[in-house]
Design a protein around this ligand. Sequence first.
Ligand code: MN
Length: 288
Amino acid sequence: MKLAIMAGLRLGMICGAEVIDVTAALPWPHDADPLTAGWWRRLCLDLELAAPALTAASVDPAAPRTALRDARLLAPAVNPSKIVAAASNYREHVAEMHQVQERTLGRVEPWMMDFDVFLKAPSSIAGPRDDIVLPPDQRGNEIHHEAELVAIVGAGGKDIPAEEALDRVAGYTIGLDITVRSKADRSRRKSYDTFSPLGPWLVTRDEAGDPADMVIELERNGVTRQRVATRDMLVPVQEIVAYASRIMTLLPGDVIFTGAPPGVGPIEPGDSLRCRISRLGELEVGVR
Ligand code: MN
């Protein structure tokens, strides 16, 4: 299934060029309040329980349907407890960061060249129809695109064995980890409002297939800037989930960025960023 969040936090299922409102088929109460939105985290947890009713609703001729091009889609993540993000997860990206840090920091920080996870503020999430807003107080600094495969946590848990980790994921979406290059903590440089565009929808894990068999591509203004195979991750998705869960309990609906491919670079107001990932779709956002 491809599940989208629509205006009013309605739940949509993508069927061809249409999005079908399947909210009424949820087996538990729906709540349009984004401050609670427990129905969405419940759906991430109990996707398999809800799937038959949602699928039946999607073929009901009476279900409300909208052409995709007219639908105002929101990020497929509602009020997650956290955004976990992987750093230094592709060899060529780690190599390019030596030059980026020499240019933007005047030195290389060796500790930042090792794989690890960090947190971004959930309030930085933006939808597939939103622009990235560059903060005025960062005009002197480079602000970079990082196009990433994003996992949305399903059952989650603590101390998840790597062999079980992919079963604890609800599905995948496309994300941009927008980043100020400056001398500051990652959590601050990457947490400005709109710095985590997600979308255009959640592709459930059964339909998304192997997360190590995808290609991530990003075009800036029609020019390819990033292109990588996810099999080149230094730490694969199941190991990221296992590692993060040894530190913090992963809760249903949590968002996990899996690391930047090589080819990061500055974005400017007026830019258009188009990111594609195999079997997931395409996320296109503007910059202002
Ligand atoms: Mn990143």
